[in-house]
Design a protein around this ligand. Structure first.
Ligand code: F0G
Length: 423
């Protein structure tokens, strides 16, 4: 075995094939790979990953499985459950960079909404469900603000496992709930919020042995690490000054920190970019903890239009704090109005993303205005979910708003005369 589970503070180790999500004393677990052992049998150099076109089961591997030897090195290739996730675009946009006041040459948006089910969750899901299957699990579960449930549903179907998802009543965007239903997973609408769903999933894991695919599952984070490695490949190893992304349950924050920490350990990079994690003002426990020098996390009742990140008690808090320390990172919060304005710009640039993703762009704008991010610096923003996930927010915005970005439809009679005035 080239990997073990290790608790993040005490360092207690457990075998990888043990079904567990925390240490005996309740700490989060990392999947830790033995790089020295791996180096003996495999090529895990930067040059290798930069130049090789790797394959998985005879097909070009997606972005995640390109890095298989550093994600799940001991799993036989044929046991990987994959939909070629990753290999997402790194956009440049004149419109968005000028909205932000950044140079078009130095500003990039990595669009994770271009994954198989429309969000970054697929990167984590492929790794975690592969591990679940390898462990002989029959049923997989999650609490979700929507995207995890969509992803779990699609992968449970592919893996022929029973899927059970818990979503908070009235707080999941229509695109996401549609996916969970359509892909055929059992969908329980809980009369509570995401944090209630998450608590139930943790209890179900302990008392009903249901295998969770939330980001408390360390294998999820192994898949999500590859977002960062793929960015470094796409930038030809030019390390950006900043990487900016939204924070909810803080799985990405944790996974991205681990990706960079490992890249440094492997000698791929010699300096760290800085993280800026963006939260919605109404769901900002991590921001408040940051302001308080991480003295403590105070869970809160979350409320924001960006339902994907409507989370008041993030499970990955301790790992996320570690990631910020590694990257000299910061946390910012933005209002729903700022998210909607940024979203209108991202959408009108022909790229588009769901509200939570656009917290990234709203956050960059705020940090630019504050002088925290300088116009001379290079910035990679991550868009986490597809524009079609939450069509209701778009329709409400364009039908009802009177802002410069609002683009309402026009009713016309079926004749050329009525078209003329719009040309
Ligand atoms: N962006 C989108 C589109 C998300 O769906 C999520 C999380 C996040 C950002 C936040 O990422 O949790 O790693 O900090 N969605 C989860 C879900 C919670 O259930 O789909 P995080």
């Amino acid at each position: 075995m080239n990997s073990i589970l290790k608790s993040i503070s005490s360092g207690k180790e457990y075998p990888l094939n043990e079904v567990r999500f925390t240490s005996d004393n309740g700490e989060l677990l990392d999947v830790v790979h033995d790089f020295d052992a791996l180096k003996k049998g495999r090529n895990i150099s930067r040059e290798y990953f930069s130049t090789q076109r790797t394959q998985l089961n005879g097909q070009p591997s997606g972005g995640v499985w390109h890095f298989k030897d550093l994600v799940l090195p001991d799993i036989p290739e044929q046991d990987v459950i994959s939909k070629q996730e990753g290999n997402t675009r790194l956009y440049r946009s004149k419109k968005i960079s000028s909205f932000l006041g950044l140079s078009k040459e130095k500003f990039f948006l990595k669009h994770e909404g271009e994954n198989p089910t429309g969000s970054f969750k697929d990167r984590g899901m492929t790794a975690a469900i592969t591990q679940a299957k390898a462990l002989g699990q029959k049923a997989v579960t999650c609490a979700s603000t929507g995207n995890t449930s969509a992803s779990l549903a699609a992968y449970a179907s592919e893996a022929e496992m029973t899927g059970l998802v818990l979503i908070p009543k009235g707080n999941v965007a229509v695109g996401k709930i549609s996916q969970a239903l359509a892909y055929g997973t059992k969908t329980l609408v809980v009369n509570g919020d995401f944090d209630d769903c998450m608590r139930l999933i943790r209890e179900a894991q302990e008392k009903l042995s249901a295998y969770p695919l939330n980001s408390i599952n360390p294998f999820r984070l192994e898949g999500q690490k590859t977002i960062i490695w793929e960015i470094l490949l796409q930038l030809n190893w030019q390390i950006p000054d900043w990487i900016v992304f939204p924070g909810g349950n803080l799985g990405n924050t944790s996974a991205f920190g681990k990706a960079l920490h490992e890249a440094k350990e492997l000698g791929w990079i010699d300096k760290m970019p800085r993280f800026a994690v963006i939260q919605a003002e109404g769901a900002s426990p991590f921001y408040k903890a940051f302001k308080n020098n991480f003295a403590q996390l105070t869970p809160e009742k979350a409320d924001t239009i960006a339902t994907a990140i409507k989370i008041g008690d993030p499970v990955n808090y301790t790992k996320a704090v570690r990631a910020l320390k590694w990257t000299n990172g910061i946390v910012e919060s933005v209002t729903d109005e700022e998210i909607l304005e940024a979203k209108a710009v991202v959408d009108a640039a022909g790229i588009g993303a769901e509200p939570a993703s656009c917290a990234t762009v709203a956050g960059i704008k705020k940090l630019m205005e504050r002088g925290e991010i300088k116009s001379s610096e290079s910035v990679v923003g991550i868009l986490t979910g597809n524009i079609l996930k939450d069509p209701q927010v778009i329709v409400d915005y364009h039908f009802n708003r009177k802002t410069v970005h609002a683009n309402p439809p026009h009713d016309v009679e079926p004749n050329l005369e009525s078209l003329k005035k719009y040309l």
